[in-house]
Design a binder for this molecule. Sequence first.
Ligand code: 13P
Ligand code: SF4
Length: 339
Amino acid sequence: MSLTSNQIQFSKEELDGETNRLFASLSNLGWTKEICQTYAPLTLEINSLKKQKNAIILAHNYQLPEIIFGVSDFVGDSYQLSKQAAQTSAQTIIFSGVRFMAETAKMLSPKKNVLMPSPDAGCSLAESINAQDVINLRKQHPDAAVVTYINTYAEVKAESDVICTSNNALKIIESLPNEKIIFLPDKYMAQNLAKLTKKQIIGWEGLCVVHEEFSPQKLEAYRRFYPEAKILVHTECSPAVVAIADLAGGTGEMQKYVSNSSANEFMIVTECGLSDKLKVEFPKKKFIPSCGLCPHMKRNDLRNILKALKNPSPDQFVEVPLDVASRAQKALDKMLEFA
Ligand code: 13P
Ligand code: SF4
């Protein structure tokens, strides 16, 4: 199937220039000029539509390289993307990520159009819990504060005291007066946090389908082959995996670690999009294959981004009921106070 959209005609100079621009980054992933050439008409069309429609594309660190290096305006972790969504002056946000992220963008920028390229992009953590579960937990633990990971839907955020990301979860927990914290919904992240605080952490049974698959045995085996490699793992991994890591953090912290480290070899134990991004940005460093694919994140591609910009279907528009949004926004605003 051809990747060209055949709607806007570009000159040979424009197409060659775009091919070269894509090749400059994507050749680090083994992409050839010919492959870049097939993508060029599509990335050109998306980039020119963005200008016409006063739109920006926010992309999570796990997105495909042609999205990150071809069409995105800002790439980051959940916290950085929330900040961008709250601050942008563009009228339309195309959110290349998953539903809970796009919902968060809509709640932080309620007057903007927020569109999801793939409306079905969910998340196993977000789907593990609903609003009634939070209400029941509060009844069981009336003296606890509810700290909820951003990987949840708006109705769950609306029942929470404060939202967090992997980046600021510990800081937020320590800042609260309560000695008892209900931390939702990631079981492993709750266990990892419990090791870092004296507070009592009450968790939930949610797990990330990507990070629950990483085993300490596999990482130990890799370590024997690559003794010099730094092992960076996401805090959604099990405590046994976190125990053997050089760093446990969110995708933004992993990126910062690679950027500041004098080491040359890394194992990036998270979704593969991040290691692809790092391979492009740090071409002299070596990344040992150690990632997994998120079936939700990988639903977005250049075609559904183009559709969201050009001729969106009703289900690509992200809406959050106003009463839910206003309660969730209070918990989100508290999160934004913690860098
Ligand atoms: P961060 O980019 O905030 O670390 O989030 C990772 C993740 O799994 C998002 O779905
Ligand atoms: Fe959800 Fe895990 Fe996919 Fe992130 S990687 S969107 S936590 S399923």
